[in-house]
Design a protein around this ligand. Structure first.
Ligand code: PMP
Length: 390
């Protein structure tokens, strides 16, 4: 048996996509001109397949602060915070995140994936029960597996199913950990947090919310879905990433004072290098931008409405909810691939998403808008989809 033999089915499946034309997995974007434009081969494209919700990747201040940090502190930290030490900027950012969320503690991790791995795997030790939404991000599943807890999946966004499963646990529900996301990354729908918070109040347990896609996007001040729905006090830990609205790389957790003990017990915190000075500096800058420019959120939602309505008018089957993530549901993988290539030929880049990344066996063209898209660019996306109907 060869080292890679067990992947032969996967390799064959992927070969189907390597027919003539672009390959949707690992697409090379040859140039990026701005938060909304780039080039693939000879084709100039509108970028409509990112997580750059507030369009801050090219924010002038964030770039200047990132450049200054490289010049002052160097290109990397070359080690973990536990073994090699934190830089002042790591600690300053943690303080700023805690203040932004009005919580006692924040911990910065090297990616959003590592934040989930670091927090969840450490809390979800053997003997613990974790209830997760069945459509949870891979990092949540991986974290539970690493921790060794008992995992109970409940139906996607179904609070009644969660409650049924909590009731079945009896007294142990009091110590169980419930994990959901704010905006789900593929369908753009949101967790029923009001109902879930109510279940937690009645039956006990702890609530963790991964606001990766909702931070900066929802809530009066951009703190996410929990803020938007007025249930922040029911959430024990908020998890997030720097790789979406904050337009860099890294992750975070905010919570109560006791959460700090994770620094000494979380292997994904202890055994990996800390984020680079430039990432931390640009995130600090973008966090300030989020706090001081609520108009970006307004622009983002205007764009989301415009794209959703435009595609709905064309008769496409979309996600149930208007959101910066607009999934266009397609009949088959083959059709998805054809349309994805057609869209690039018409100057629009979206994401082709297949199971298991797409939930429940569907294929979708995941479009995402950001605050930097002009109305003309949104219309370009709509027109490209209109042309596919001809
Ligand atoms: N949580 C969710 C819900 C995500 O969608 C992602 C990334 N797409 C992550 C965590 C991981 O974040 P990062 O890419 O910053 O590691």
């Amino acid at each position: 048996m060869g080292l890679y033999d067990k992947f032969s089915r996967l390799a064959n499946e992927r070969k189907q996509f390597q027919t003539s034309g672009l390959n949707p997995f690992g697409t090379c974007i040859d140039e990026v001109y701005s938060a909304t434009e780039g080039r693939i081969g000879n084709q100039k494209i509108v970028l409509a397949g990112t997580n750059n919700y507030l369009g801050l990747t090219f924010n002038a201040q964030a770039i200047a602060d990132g450049q200054a940090a490289i010049a002052t502190y160097g290109t990397g930290t070359t080690g973990s915070r536990m073994a090699n030490g934190s830089y002042g900027a790591h600690l300053a950012l943690e303080q700023e995140l805690a203040t932004f969320f009005d919580r006692p503690s924040a911990i910065v991790f090297s990616t959003g994936y590592t934040a989930n791995l670091g927090v969840i795997s450490t809390l979800a030790a053997p003997g613990t029960i974790v209830l997760i939404d069945e459509d949870s991000h891979a990092s949540i599943y991986d974290a539970c597996a690493l921790g060794g807890a008992q995992i109970i999946r409940f139906r996607h966004n179904n609070a009644q199913d969660l409650e049924r499963r909590m009731l079945r646990l009896g007294e142990s529900a009091r110590e169980a950990i419930i994990i959901v996301e704010g905006i789900y990354s593929m369908l753009g729908d949101v967790a029923p947090l009001v109902e879930i918070a109510d279940i937690k109040r009645r039956l006990g347990g702890y609530l963790l919310v991964d606001e990766a896609h909702s931070f900066g996007v929802m809530g009066a001040t951009g703190r996410g879905l929990a803020e938007e729905l007025g249930v922040e006090q029911d959430v024990d830990i908020i998890l997030g990433t720097f790789s979406k609205s904050l337009a860099a790389i890294g992750g975070f957790a905010v919570g109560g004072e006791a959460m700090d003990v994770l620094r000494y017990s979380s292997r994904p915190y202890i055994f990996t290098a800390s984020p680079s000075p430039s990432s931390i500096a640009s995130v600090r800058s973008s966090l300030k931008t989020i706090a001081t420019q609520p108009n970006l959120r307004k622009k983002l939602w205007n764009n989301a409405h415009r794209l959703y309505q435009g595609l709905a008018t064309l008769g496409y089957q979309l996600g149930k909810r208007i959101s910066p993530v607009v999934p266009v549901i397609i009949g088959s993988k083959e059709e998805g691939l054809r349309l994805w290539r057609e869209l690039i030929a018409r100057g629009v880049y979206v994401n082709l998403v297949l199971p298991p990344a797409a939930p429940s066996g569907i294929t979708l063209l995941r479009c995402s808008v950001n605050a930097a898209h002009s109305e003309e660019q949104i219309d370009t996306i709509i027109q490209a989809f209109a042309a596919l109907k001809n």
